[in-house]
Ligand binder design. Sequence first.
Ligand code: AMP
Ligand code: MG
Length: 322
Amino acid sequence: MIILGIESTAHTFAASVITRKGEILSDVRSVFRTEKGGMIPNEVARHHSNVADEVIREAISKSRQRKLDLVAYSSSPGLSPCLRVGLEKAKEFAKELNAEILGVNHCVSHLTSGHLFTKAKNPIYIYTSGANTQIISLEGNKFRIFGECLDIGMGNALDKFGREIGLGFPAGPLIEKLAKKGKYVKLPYVVKGMDLSFSGIITSAINKFSKGVKKEDLCYSIQENFFSMLTEVSERALAHTNKNEILLIGGVAANKRLCEMLEKMCKDRNAKFYAIPLKYAADNSVMIAYQGFLEYSAGKRENIEESDINPNERTDQINVIW
Ligand code: AMP
Ligand code: MG
């Protein structure tokens, strides 16, 4: 079985072709970036519309496959105008290729793709991306959310600070670089039970920046507080579930300092730490193709006339049938 995956939820329009064994035959991406400002949904959707055909055709041609069986697309959650571009292209190509179609949840795809690339078996998932920050465990047939951000996701919080100090989008990697030259200044530390709140920390950092505190110091301190907060609740999740594996996924998983903190905590508890490889940490279409394969193999089918997007669908609403 050969699967075409299409990703379009936010900044990335991507297409890839994989086999049922998870072998990646092609992986083509086009990422929306700005020098200034952030992601304006209609602008990002325009970017996706402009590149979609080229990205998909390149992915198909690089795969050297004549017959594709399934087109999987991210139907939820995400920016509505961007999801719409993915949906329309998935329908168009499913018809052209005479293939089945299946919409999948983007967040769940991040989680399951962790198993494609690491040896984690039954982990606590630390999912920290642009829009999401969640501590998750699979119990029964649902991904249960033990804790999450109460306002904005960690990546978006980093990007917001970056926007205020003129770093452009995405700011996470630049903040990581600047942080290497910084020292600690006091910022709020906001953990409420198992939940986290980032936006007050960003407001405080922006205020300090306007009063002349060095951006390097603020980048360092934001990272230290954000990552310590996440490590604290991750440790609590391990303790309460008696699990002994952490699997870090999502775009912020690319951050070395975050990995270092989680790894140290795991070592102290005799737990194993896994992080998704850098290339597959952020949004990609391999994970969408793989999730499509899992659900299709478990018997899920979709009528193309009823294919639609669901911008607010949460991870814990999905029935884990695979
Ligand atoms: P995703 O939504 O999973 O594609 O992740 C994108 C987010 O990851 C953006 O908010 C980026 O700023 C963030 N990000 C990417 N690389 C890094 C990094 N090295 N450190 C911190 N955040 C990062
Ligand atoms: Mg994502």
